[in-house]
Design a protein around this ligand. Structure first.
Ligand code: C2O
Ligand code: CU
Length: 586
């Protein structure tokens, strides 16, 4: 049972509060409003395996209080979220990441196993407590092994405080959580990725919209063809989104896919993009929207079509040759003659051609800051890190590497090791800052595919400005380069530019958009391209930065940044029950 409550709490006036109160009095009235109305949103979650049928085929999924996806967390800017997580998986650890929430002052609540905490052991309870300091659309998901793919995910919606305006208006919102889904367990997938030769699970069996989809081979005409298939199962009835004729709606869209880049469309309704990863976008209109794993968008649609029929919401794979049918949901008008869950009379939209990279790059370039909400980036970086993304091999196993180092997670979380001054918990040698960018041919497979692995991390000077350029390249096979959605924990970064081919540090920085770059927490690196971003290392903690494709991170496609760890407050003991921290080290 979900025990959820949103209680008005006293403003955060603990010990030593009077001085803080005095200071607050001189702050802007908006801050006062937030303080005055700050509330606590509490939920108790029990994590367990349950039989579910998201695509009409029975499969064990990791659930929250029996549900996948989990509940949408709704809060107001400034609220404190308190989620008590009980691990009832019996034989499996768990950790939950609040994707897009920066965890300012609470880096131990980021939920990244191996980076910010030890896993929550079976039978244990861990309480995540953090403030949602900025309005916007976010998500949460498991961050332990490949557990995210097993169903532990959901959305977070943070509203602006009452009386505060956003740069657009709408009647109400709908949440749309996009996912992909396999019938093989995450264990089987992970074992396959680590096997020689690699056993690849292949394209997903289904795409899901709010946890609902359809495996194409599970059909009413031949239900016994697939074990566990039941087309009448309530879990796989398509989601229905109801609208009142003439009104404008905000659709908050998040992608938590393990692999797929998606193209999303609402049949017959143009979408105005207004938010990306919690930041207001200079509005632009699209027929369909490309969304990568880890990204969120808000779009506005107006219910101005014939109300007497229904319309498809559709999600299709792009960037990889699709092997999965379109996922659908239904848009239905109140008061229309169509029953709300009746299939629309048309065939579902098929989206953009999967290999139309140019169209996807155009959308990336169109995503800039709303003119009234620009946060200007610092003019110059203090440090620039160039990361070459390559596919490589270690002992015959296929890996991903950055500057020829394939990332592995340490057993002792970095945050704990660094705060407690433990030596030998991870490789103390920092990973390389650059690669041979003058000579590396990004259009050919690596000349020497062999690489090494490390759990070393980048230590950033607190408060410094850091540029990261992600350089994509050809994979192990000829003429292939994939899209990688990179996600940074603990920060938003300015997206300064995209390019095709080899990034040249002597040329391309002059082309950066310093005028109105959008800030995001997840950004695509397009095939054979590069993406440049800038952030301020001003959030004390240790933060993962990785490709949001579950298999790619598992195979080493990530790095870790540390900044200001000496400023982090006392760590909760509950995050320390593993590795060198257990009982004084071993
Ligand atoms: Cu949503 Cu480290 O990921
Ligand atoms: Cu990737």
């Amino acid at each position: 049972m979900i025990r959820s409550s949103r209680s008005l709490a006293a403003p955060p006036l603990g010990v030593g509060a009077p001085r803080r109160l005095l200071c607050s009095l001189f702050l802007a009235t908006t801050t006062l409003t937030i303080l005055a109305t700050a509330a606590t949103v509490r939920q108790d979650w029990e994590i367990s395996y349950q039989f579910t049928s998201p695509d009409c085929v029975r499969k064990l999924a990791v659930t929250i209080n029996g549900q996948t996806p989990g509940p949408t967390i709704r809060a107001t800017q400034g609220d404190t979220i308190v989620i008590s997580v009980k691990n009832s998986l019996l034989t499996e650890n768990v950790a939950i990441h609040w994707h897009g929430i920066r965890q300012i002052g609470t880096p131990w609540a980021d939920g990244t196993e191996g980076v910010t905490q030890c896993p929550i052991l079976p039978g244990d309870v861990f309480v995540y407590k953090f403030v949602v300091d900025r309005p916007g659309t976010y998500m949460y998901h498991a961050h332990y092994g490949m557990q995210r793919s097993a169903g532990l995910n959901g959305m977070i919606v943070v509203e602006v405080p009452r009386g505060q305006a956003e740069p657009f208006v709408y009647e109400r919102d709908h949440t749309v959580l996009l996912n992909d889904w396999w019938h093989r367990s995450t264990y089987e997938q992970a074992a396959g990725l680590a096997a020689v030769p690699m056993v690849w699970v292949g394209e997903p069996q289904a795409l899901l919209i709010n946890g609902r989809g359809r495996f194409v081979n599970c059909s009413a005409s031949a239900p016994t063809m697939v074990e566990g298939c039941n087309v009448a199962h309530p879990d796989c009835a398509p989601a229905v989104f109801a609208v009142v004729p003439g009104k404008t709606y905000r659709f908050r869209i998040a992608s938590v896919t393990s692999l797929s880049a998606l193209n999303f469309e609402i049949e017959g309704h143009a979408m105005t993009v207004v938010e990306a990863d919690g930041h207001y976008v200079k509005p632009f209109v699209v027929k369909n929207l490309n969304i990568y794993s880890g990204e969120t968008y808000s779009v506005l649609i107006t219910a101005n079509q014939d109300p007497n029929r229904n319309y498809w919401l559709a999600s299709n794979v792009v960037s990889r040759r699709p092997g999965t049918v379109t996922a659908t949901a239904i848009l239905s008008y109140y008061g229309g003659r169509s029953s709300p869950n009746a299939n629309p009379p048309t065939t579902p939209p098929v989206g953009l051609p999967w290999n139309d990279t140019a169209a996807r790059v155009r959308q990336s370039l169109a995503t800039v800051s709303h003119p009234a909400h620009i946060i200007p980036p610092p003019a110059k970086p203090d440090r620039a890190i160039l990361l070459l993304n390559t596919q490589n091999k270690i002992d015959g196993k296929i890996k991903w590497a950055l500057n020829n180092v394939s990332f592995t997670l340490p057993h002792t979380p970095y945050l704990v090791a660094l705060k407690s001054g433990l030596l030998g918990a991870f490789d103390e040698r920092p990973p390389p800052e650059t690669y041979d960018h003058q000579r590396y041919d990004v259009f050919s497979p690596p000349a020497n595919p062999n690489t090494t692995s490390s759990d070393g991390l980048y230590r950033l000077r607190f408060g410094s400005v850091v540029d990261v350029v992600l350089q994509n390249a050809n994979m192990l096979g000829a003429n292939s380069s994939e899209t990688h959605p990179w996600h940074l924990h603990g920060h938003d970064f300015w997206v300064l530019g995209y390019g095709y081919g080899r990034f040249d540090p002597a040329v391309h920085p002059a082309t950066y958009n310093l005028k109105d770059p959008i800030m995001k927490n997840t950004v695509a690196v397009h095939p054979f391209g590069w993406t440049a971003l800038r952030f301020k290392a001003d959030n004390p903690g240790v933060w993962a930065f990785h490709c949001h494709i579950e298999a790619h991170f598992f195979m080493g496609m990530g790095v870790v940044f540390e900044e200001g760890v000496e400023r982090v407050g006392e760590l909760p003991k509950e995050i320390m029950g593993c590795g060198k921290t257990r009982g004084g080290g071993h």
